[in-house]
Structures are given as C-alpha cells and as structure tokens.
Write a new protein. Structure first.
Length: 535
C-alpha cells in the first residue's frame, strides 16, 4: 500500500470504483425481513461519474451504506476501490472508509466540527488516517487553495453559508485523495446557485485526484455532471442513460433476468394486471393483460393521490375564531449577528393561522435562523419575537420548553426520530410526551395522508431519507399544534412524494394550522399563501 492507503502499482486506473453483482440486503424487523436491495448489479469504472436517481424507498440509501462498508450485504458480490466487502473484517471496512473513500453527506453539520476552523476540519480525515498535525494541515491548505476556497481556511463552519459549508465538506472528503467519492443528496438543502457551485466542485475535485464519483440525488440537474445516469426501483437497477443524448434512456435487464417497467410506461398502456412476454423477430414484445374484475385507472384519476388530511378539532376551533384572532407568530424588526457577520437585519414577519408561509432565499440568508427564533431555540440581538401572543424575551429556558410543548411542533432538517421505534410508535410517543390522549384516527390519518401506511410498522432505522423526512412531518402534525415550523421538508423527496407532502401541508393550513416552511422548493413556494424572501 502507498502512504495514502492506495493500492500499489501503476494504478488507480486499473482499480474500478465499484463492482456490485446480484446484491441483496435484508433488514430484520419485528414482523420479518425487509428487502432493500433485491439482486442489484452496478459497476462504476475508475474515474467515472455516475448519478443515481430513484423514488423514496427504492434502495438508494442502502446502496450507499453497503458501498461505504457500513452495512454488510446479505448476498452477492461487492468490491469497492479494490476491497472485497463480502465477509470483510472490521479493520478492512475501517481502512476503506478512512483511506479509499470520500463521503459527502447532505447535512454538512454531520461532517464539519463546529469547534474547529475550516483548515482543521479539512485536515481531520488525514489525522484520523495517521498523518501528523503539520502534514495534515499543509495538505488541507493545499486542497483548499487548489479548489479556490483558501479564503475560508480560518473561519468556523457555523459562520459559513450552506453552500460554502457544503463545498468545505467536499474538500474534507477529498483531502486524502480517495479512489471513490460517495455523495448523498449533496445539494438537497441548497438554492440553485449554491447547488451548481457544489456540482462544479465535485467535478473539479474528483477529476483532480482521479476519483470515481457516485452521487445519489433527486435533483434532475445533477445529471449535467454525470457520465452516466442510472435509476433504482424496488432495490434493482431499472434504467440507465447518458446525459444529453435524446431518447437514450434504456431499461435494464439484470443478472437474474428481471425487468422493471417504469410506472409511467406501465400506466400508459392501461395495464391493470400481468404482462405477457414473447420473442418475435429478434425483439421481446410485452402485451398487457388486464386483471380480472379490475379496470385500469387512467393517470390523474385520483386513484393514487394522497388521503385527505384528517379533520382536526382544535384547528377547526381556531379557524372559527376568524381574522381577528392573534397571529400565531410575529417577528418584529429582528436582527441577528454571528461572529461579526450579519445573519438577519431588521426582519419582520407575521404568521397567521390557516396559512402556509414560505421563507425563501439563497443559502446563508438566515432562513434556518429565523425559524429558530420563532421556536425560541435562538434569541435575537434586537427586535421582538412573539408566539401565540407571548413575548419570548420574557421566558427562560424552561418556560420556552413549556411553550413549545403546548403550542408548537418542529420538523427540522435532521428529523431526530427514535431509530429503534417504528413509524407508528414514533407518532404515539410524541403524543404521550405531551400528555395528549390517544387518537388513532388522527395519527393514522397523517400516516395515510403522507403515504406511510405500507411502512407504519417498520423501524425508523431501516427507512430511506425521504421516508424518515415524511415521518418527521407526520410526527409534527400528529400533536395538533397551533404553529408547525418545518425546515426544508421536501429536500429528500422524490417528485411524487414532494407533491404529496405539499398537498398535505396546504390542506393542514386550510384546516386552521399556521405552517411556516423554509425551502428552496419551487413547488412548495408556488403553493404558499405568503412568501418572505431573505437575502
């Protein structure tokens, strides 16, 4: 091995980034096993850039966990950066993650340590790999300079914008010059300009060290950096194509002969049952067979649309109070500075019951800070914050907690769910914690509305990022709050589930809830009753 942990010899070009064949991955649950990967086959050549798309729950997160050595496959062949992960010992997996892989998370806070400056954050991976402090810091500065970020070296992560922090996280993932970079929704919480900068940096940084790149994303714009785009459905590779080649998207037949028809293609045939396949003139012809006793549902018929948001007694009462009722929240001439930088300057906002309020603006414009002020998790330098008629300035920490418990619900970017509990148990627990009576109709209503019914009894630890995000939203709504505050609730959703979530939030507002959302999502913004733009 080289000093940097790479295989010796001519070369990196001879070491494929990923070789995965017929991979299965099963999660144990109290009700049996869940198959997250079902015979998936994927290869990524040395230096190749691949973008992976797929709906929530399709197996993308599990694929990343398997490739990073975090989760052992149940069956199949998995070789990453030359390391065979089937039956690999703990030391081999640790070596893979510390020396050969670069990992970029959607939430840069999981990567960057707030007590360290940018230079030391970038050097941290090298220190963990055994480098001395001086050499690691020198390499960190070299990496920052090579990628045009040297001006950030002395700053702390909490002083950076979202886009800046994510670019620093990429530097930290590349400083040790890995063979393969795995990026999980790296732009999910960024505005378009910041997202483009992150994509450009991923290309530049991986090309500089000759690394392969695998990006998991719901963002269609990610394809512009890809040599190849693949889609995963139901734990298998279903389609692949080369960006920029019109009509190049092709279906994939895997190692076991499985073919997954995209939902739009299947529905477009009007097929409601099985499909008959036959060979004809060198082609395979698929003919739809309608299931007995069932008529096919045309697109847009409403057959698969989300359930109606549950009726809410408290919300109805608030709505009946009429326009004269006090605002759910008021922000008056608020300013916040952090480490000499103005985060918010003289910002005002009134949030009313029965409305969906969207806070938008570029990364670093103060959206999350504004939400934290509204929930009493942060205090302004100047200005007034009132929630449900109460001035938060007069409340100590315990009183703020009591106010949140009585009136608010929060769905943050991280979700903060209890991993060992299932979906339903997470919702029941939050009602128990607030001493609210059991209400099966309300809880099940949110589960149905957010498309969580099929996974209601699955432990949170086995859910995809998008599924967890919807559970966090359901948990916030299940306590029937007066004010629901949500930070980027659609950032990990596929297109269908993002639209479902927007529909639920609009319906919840129509029933009297005050909903405040920080977002970059144009679909969510288009549905808003009020838009406040920062920055």
């Amino acid at each position: 091995m080289t000093a940097e942990g790479r295989p010796r010899g001519a070369a990196d070009a001879d070491v494929p980034g990923v070789v995965a064949h017929d991979v299965f991955c099963l999660y144990p649950t109290p009700r049996g096993y869940v198959a997250a990967l079902r015979g998936l086959t994927l290869e990524i050549a040395a230096g190749e850039r691949v973008v992976v798309h797929g709906p929530n729950g399709s197996g993308k997160t599990t694929l990343l966990r398997v490739l990073s050595g975090e989760l052992p496959p149940s069956a199949g062949l998995v070789r990453v950066a030359g390391v065979d992960l089937v039956g690999a010992e703990s030391g081999e997996r640790t070596h893979l993650r510390s020396r050969l892989l670069g990992l970029v998370d959607q939430h840069h806070a999981r990567t960057l340590r707030p007590e360290m400056d940018v230079r030391d954050n970038v050097a941290l991976q090298l220190r963990l790999a055994g480098w001395d402090a001086s050499s690691a810091r020198a390499r960190a500065v070299e990496t920052l300079e090579s990628l045009g970020l040297e001006q950030l070296a002395a700053r702390r992560p909490q002083t950076l914008s979202g886009g800046e922090a994510q670019r620093v996280a990429i530097c930290a993932a590349l400083a040790h010059r890995p063979l393969l970079v795995l990026a999980d929704e790296p732009t999910g919480e960024l505005d378009r300009a910041s997202a483009n900068a992150v994509y450009d940096l991923l290309v530049t940084a991986t090309a500089a060290v000759g690394a392969s790149l695998l990006v998991v994303s719901h963002d269609a714009r990610a394809s512009r950096i890809a040599d190849r785009v693949v889609r995963i459905r139901d734990g298998r590779l279903s389609e692949e194509w080369t960006p920029g080649t019109a009509g190049s998207e092709t279906l994939v037949v895997d190692d076991r002969g499985w073919l997954r028809l995209p939902e739009a293609l299947r529905r477009g045939t009007g097929v409601g049952g099985g499909v008959h396949a036959e060979a004809a003139d060198g082609r395979i012809v698929l003919t739809g067979r309608e299931r007995a006793g069932r008529r096919p549902q045309p697109p847009g018929s409403g057959a698969s649309e989300p359930a109606v948001t549950p009726a809410r007694t408290l919300a109805a009462a608030r709505q009946e109070a009429g326009p004269g009722a006090a605002p759910a929240a008021e922000i008056v001439a608020v300013s916040v500075s952090r480490d000499g930088r103005d985060v918010l300057v003289d910002v005002s906002l009134v949030v009313r019951s029965g409305e969906l309020t969207v806070v938008q603006g570029p990364s670093g414009s103060g959206k999350t800070t504004l939400l934290r002020l509204m929930t009493g998790l942060e205090r302004p330098d100047t200005g007034v914050v009132r929630v449900c008629g109460t001035d938060l300035a007069g409340l100590d920490r315990a009183a703020l907690a009591r106010l949140r418990r009585a009136h608010l619900a929060v769905a943050g970017q991280s979700g903060s769910l209890l991993e060992t509990l299932d979906v339903r148990e997470n919702l029941d627990l939050v009602r128990d914690a607030r001493a609210l009576p059991a209400d099966d109709g309300l809880v099940e209503g949110w589960i149905e509305a957010l498309g969580l019914a099929p996974i209601r009894h699955r432990p949170v630890r086995v859910l995809s990022g998008g599924e967890r995000q919807r559970v966090a939203v359901a948990r916030a709504l299940a306590v029937d709050p007066e004010l629901a505050v949500m930070d980027e609730p659609t950032s990990q959703q596929d297109e269908a589930n993002a639209e479902r979530l927007v529909t639920v939030l609009v319906a919840a507002a129509r029933r009297g809830l005050a909903v405040v959302v920080a977002t970059h999502d144009p679909v969510l913004t288009a549905a808003a009753d009020q838009i406040r733009t920062l920055g």
